[in-house]
Design a protein around this ligand. Structure first.
Ligand code: ATP
Ligand code: MG
Length: 161
Protein backbone atom coordinates (compact mmCIF):
# COMPACT_ATOMS: atom_id res chain seq x y z
CA UNK A 1 0.00 0.00 0.00
CA UNK A 2 1.22 3.49 -0.73
CA UNK A 3 0.13 6.92 0.27
CA UNK A 4 1.35 9.99 -1.56
CA UNK A 5 1.57 13.50 -0.24
CA UNK A 6 3.62 16.41 -1.55
CA UNK A 7 5.39 14.06 -3.93
CA UNK A 8 6.57 11.68 -1.23
CA UNK A 9 5.54 8.09 -1.71
CA UNK A 10 5.44 6.56 1.73
CA UNK A 11 5.57 2.85 2.32
CA UNK A 12 2.73 1.78 4.53
CA UNK A 13 4.02 -1.21 6.40
CA UNK A 14 1.78 -2.17 9.29
CA UNK A 15 2.01 1.38 10.53
CA UNK A 16 3.29 4.49 8.93
CA UNK A 17 2.34 8.10 9.19
CA UNK A 18 3.26 11.49 7.84
CA UNK A 19 3.59 13.35 11.15
CA UNK A 20 3.64 16.69 9.40
CA UNK A 21 4.68 17.89 5.99
CA UNK A 22 8.35 17.78 6.96
CA UNK A 23 8.56 14.45 8.74
CA UNK A 24 8.07 10.86 7.63
CA UNK A 25 7.64 8.11 10.21
CA UNK A 26 8.04 4.47 9.18
CA UNK A 27 7.36 1.67 11.62
CA UNK A 28 7.96 -2.03 11.19
CA UNK A 29 7.73 -5.11 13.35
CA UNK A 30 10.34 -7.87 13.37
CA UNK A 31 10.14 -11.50 14.37
CA UNK A 32 13.08 -13.38 15.81
CA UNK A 33 14.49 -16.09 13.48
CA UNK A 34 12.42 -14.81 10.53
CA UNK A 35 15.29 -14.98 8.05
CA UNK A 36 12.86 -14.80 5.11
CA UNK A 37 12.25 -11.18 6.07
CA UNK A 38 15.95 -10.37 6.48
CA UNK A 39 16.76 -6.93 5.13
CA UNK A 40 13.17 -5.99 4.20
CA UNK A 41 12.87 -3.19 6.74
CA UNK A 42 16.13 -1.50 5.81
CA UNK A 43 15.40 -1.74 2.09
CA UNK A 44 11.99 -0.07 2.59
CA UNK A 45 13.61 2.74 4.58
CA UNK A 46 16.25 3.07 1.85
CA UNK A 47 13.57 3.33 -0.86
CA UNK A 48 11.80 6.21 0.89
CA UNK A 49 15.11 8.05 1.41
CA UNK A 50 15.86 7.65 -2.30
CA UNK A 51 12.40 8.97 -3.21
CA UNK A 52 12.92 12.14 -1.21
CA UNK A 53 16.39 12.71 -2.63
CA UNK A 54 18.70 12.14 0.34
CA UNK A 55 22.35 11.89 -0.78
CA UNK A 56 23.43 8.37 -1.66
CA UNK A 57 26.39 8.20 0.75
CA UNK A 58 24.07 9.22 3.60
CA UNK A 59 21.47 6.65 2.51
CA UNK A 60 24.19 4.03 2.56
CA UNK A 61 25.05 4.85 6.19
CA UNK A 62 21.38 4.79 7.21
CA UNK A 63 20.80 1.51 5.36
CA UNK A 64 23.81 -0.17 6.99
CA UNK A 65 22.77 1.04 10.45
CA UNK A 66 19.17 -0.12 10.07
CA UNK A 67 20.14 -3.41 8.41
CA UNK A 68 22.60 -4.39 11.17
CA UNK A 69 20.12 -3.48 13.91
CA UNK A 70 17.29 -5.29 12.11
CA UNK A 71 19.44 -8.42 11.69
CA UNK A 72 20.43 -8.38 15.34
CA UNK A 73 16.76 -8.55 16.33
CA UNK A 74 16.15 -11.40 13.87
CA UNK A 75 19.29 -13.29 14.97
CA UNK A 76 19.47 -12.60 18.68
CA UNK A 77 16.01 -11.55 19.96
CA UNK A 78 12.43 -12.84 20.06
CA UNK A 79 10.66 -9.88 18.50
CA UNK A 80 11.12 -6.21 17.99
CA UNK A 81 10.20 -3.04 16.20
CA UNK A 82 11.97 -0.46 14.10
CA UNK A 83 10.97 3.17 13.87
CA UNK A 84 12.61 5.44 11.32
CA UNK A 85 11.79 9.11 11.65
CA UNK A 86 12.97 11.06 8.63
CA UNK A 87 13.33 14.81 9.24
CA UNK A 88 14.59 17.23 6.60
CA UNK A 89 18.05 17.32 8.22
CA UNK A 90 18.40 13.87 9.78
CA UNK A 91 17.07 10.35 10.15
CA UNK A 92 16.53 8.85 13.58
CA UNK A 93 16.37 5.08 13.94
CA UNK A 94 15.02 3.38 17.05
CA UNK A 95 15.28 -0.40 17.12
CA UNK A 96 13.85 -2.01 20.21
CA UNK A 97 13.44 -5.68 21.03
CA UNK A 98 12.23 -8.16 23.55
CA UNK A 99 14.97 -10.69 23.96
CA UNK A 100 17.82 -11.98 26.09
CA UNK A 101 19.48 -8.55 26.31
CA UNK A 102 23.22 -7.97 26.39
CA UNK A 103 25.05 -8.55 29.68
CA UNK A 104 28.31 -6.82 28.70
CA UNK A 105 27.75 -4.05 26.17
CA UNK A 106 31.46 -3.14 26.06
CA UNK A 107 32.30 -6.69 25.01
CA UNK A 108 29.45 -6.86 22.49
CA UNK A 109 30.69 -3.63 20.88
CA UNK A 110 34.13 -5.11 20.19
CA UNK A 111 34.84 -6.02 16.57
CA UNK A 112 34.75 -9.78 16.13
CA UNK A 113 32.77 -10.60 19.27
CA UNK A 114 29.78 -12.79 18.46
CA UNK A 115 27.59 -15.33 20.19
CA UNK A 116 25.82 -16.25 16.93
CA UNK A 117 25.26 -20.02 16.80
CA UNK A 118 26.70 -22.22 14.04
CA UNK A 119 23.50 -22.42 11.97
CA UNK A 120 23.44 -18.60 11.82
CA UNK A 121 27.16 -18.41 10.93
CA UNK A 122 26.50 -20.86 8.09
CA UNK A 123 24.13 -18.25 6.62
CA UNK A 124 26.98 -15.73 6.60
CA UNK A 125 26.18 -13.81 9.76
CA UNK A 126 28.09 -13.75 13.03
CA UNK A 127 31.27 -11.88 12.15
CA UNK A 128 30.74 -9.71 15.21
CA UNK A 129 30.74 -6.54 13.10
CA UNK A 130 27.12 -5.36 13.33
CA UNK A 131 27.31 -3.18 16.44
CA UNK A 132 30.71 -1.63 15.52
CA UNK A 133 29.32 -0.87 12.03
CA UNK A 134 26.22 0.81 13.49
CA UNK A 135 28.40 2.96 15.75
CA UNK A 136 30.70 3.86 12.83
CA UNK A 137 27.89 4.69 10.39
CA UNK A 138 25.78 6.82 12.71
CA UNK A 139 26.47 10.33 14.01
CA UNK A 140 24.82 9.53 17.35
CA UNK A 141 24.61 6.02 18.75
CA UNK A 142 23.03 4.87 21.99
CA UNK A 143 22.48 1.32 23.23
CA UNK A 144 20.49 0.34 26.31
CA UNK A 145 20.00 -3.25 27.31
CA UNK A 146 18.57 -5.25 30.17
CA UNK A 147 19.31 -8.95 30.56
CA UNK A 148 16.25 -11.15 29.97
CA UNK A 149 14.27 -8.08 28.92
CA UNK A 150 15.64 -6.62 25.73
CA UNK A 151 17.73 -4.09 23.90
CA UNK A 152 17.07 -0.61 22.53
CA UNK A 153 19.33 1.10 20.01
CA UNK A 154 18.88 4.74 19.01
CA UNK A 155 20.85 6.17 16.11
CA UNK A 156 20.86 9.53 14.35
CA UNK A 157 22.37 10.19 10.93
CA UNK A 158 22.51 13.81 9.71
CA UNK A 159 21.71 14.31 6.04
CA UNK A 160 24.31 16.97 5.43
CA UNK A 161 27.22 15.48 7.33
N1 ATP B 1 19.49 -7.28 19.94
C1 ATP B 1 20.33 -8.08 20.58
N2 ATP B 1 19.89 -8.91 21.58
C2 ATP B 1 20.73 -9.71 22.25
N3 ATP B 1 22.06 -9.78 22.00
C3 ATP B 1 22.55 -8.99 21.03
C4 ATP B 1 21.73 -8.10 20.28
N4 ATP B 1 22.51 -7.44 19.40
C5 ATP B 1 23.74 -7.89 19.60
N5 ATP B 1 23.80 -8.82 20.58
C6 ATP B 1 24.99 -9.49 21.11
O1 ATP B 1 26.14 -8.75 20.73
C7 ATP B 1 26.99 -9.57 19.90
C8 ATP B 1 27.67 -8.70 18.86
O2 ATP B 1 26.68 -8.17 17.96
P1 ATP B 1 27.13 -7.79 16.49
O3 ATP B 1 25.95 -7.30 15.75
O4 ATP B 1 28.31 -6.88 16.56
O5 ATP B 1 27.65 -9.16 15.88
P2 ATP B 1 26.82 -10.44 15.41
O6 ATP B 1 25.37 -10.09 15.28
O7 ATP B 1 27.15 -11.57 16.30
O8 ATP B 1 27.45 -10.70 13.97
P3 ATP B 1 27.26 -9.82 12.64
O9 ATP B 1 26.46 -8.61 13.02
O10 ATP B 1 28.63 -9.48 12.16
O11 ATP B 1 26.51 -10.73 11.69
C9 ATP B 1 26.07 -10.64 19.36
O12 ATP B 1 26.76 -11.80 18.94
C10 ATP B 1 25.16 -10.89 20.56
O13 ATP B 1 25.83 -11.66 21.53
MG1 MG C 1 24.84 -8.39 14.22
Amino acid sequence: MFCTKKGYAVVRERCCAMEDEQTIVLEFTLKGSDFNAAGETSSKIKKVLQQIGVKSDIIRRIAISSYEAEMNVIIHAYQGKVRATIYPDRTELVVEDEGPGIADIGLAMQEGYSTAPDHVREMGFGAGMGLPNMARCSDKFDIQSAVEEGTKITMTIFHNA
